[in-house]
Design a protein around this ligand. Sequence first.
Ligand SMILES: [Zn+2]
Length: 319
Amino acid sequence: MTQKYVIGIDLGGTFIKGGVVSKRGDIIFRAKKESAAKEGHFQPVANMFDVIEDLSQKMGKDPEAIGFGIPGAIFSEKGIVTKSPHFPHWIDFDLQASLKEKTNIPFVIDNDANAAALGEGWVGAGKGYKHFCCMTLGTGIGGGILLNGLVWRGMTGMAGEVGHIIVEPEGLPCPCGGRGCMERYSSATGIVDMARKKFNDGNDSKQLRELADDNPDKITSELLCDLAKKGDHLSKTIFKEMGKYLGIGFADLINILNLEMIIIGGGVLPAWEFFIEEAVSQMKLRTYKIPGESVQIVKARCGNDAGLLGAAYMGWQSR
Ligand SMILES: [Zn+2]
């Protein structure tokens, strides 16, 4: 095959997902391997290169470039992973140097949330837009901000941490060291914590208690979403509460950045109908009229491929 291509790598806590991606953003081949997140500094790197090797063999030649979307705090300019929750060995880890030892192919490293934003901007919901934020509501809340079509990285590469917008000044403590961060209320973890609290307070629903086998540890955001779809009042109340905090976060972003669009993705997306109305109305209460009414709040379109596509996009851009 003579086609030029790049490889996008989306490193997750459990799996490495790789893809051969065309200049138009088509994923031609895919490959996957365990991340080996806890097996030292270099095993995850070796496994990423197994994925790259696999994909290169399928194409019969080397890629033009490789893009890496890496979870955690990344100083992308220098390729240093300051800290990555799933990769305990990666503290101030010079990922760039260890990748350079493995390959002569040009590569780019960025945070996975920035990669997801670039993926959505390239072929997803943000296509054609220049000023937007892409938020991934999952275990935590990831965020990537594009201004004038470029990722806003800030001084040390850590801009766009929208999950840590403070939505409740004296609120729940957060692993970032702060309190009342949006992530503690509007992520899957936040929703489940709210439900467990209601459960433990005896303020739960019969349906929830039955489905969770009387065990709050069995409550998941998926279970709450299913219950809300069946009309369960408590689950709906939890999503409305989650939407309130999300809307406060939206308002801060809009007031500061006057964005065209906020794109929402991640595992909480199936519950969209139960939180979005409250989020938009809370946002509008807290923004100036024109920016609040002009911003579009939309669902992500690339699903689980956003990070891989964005990593590939960085690869194409680097050439
Ligand atoms: Zn925080």
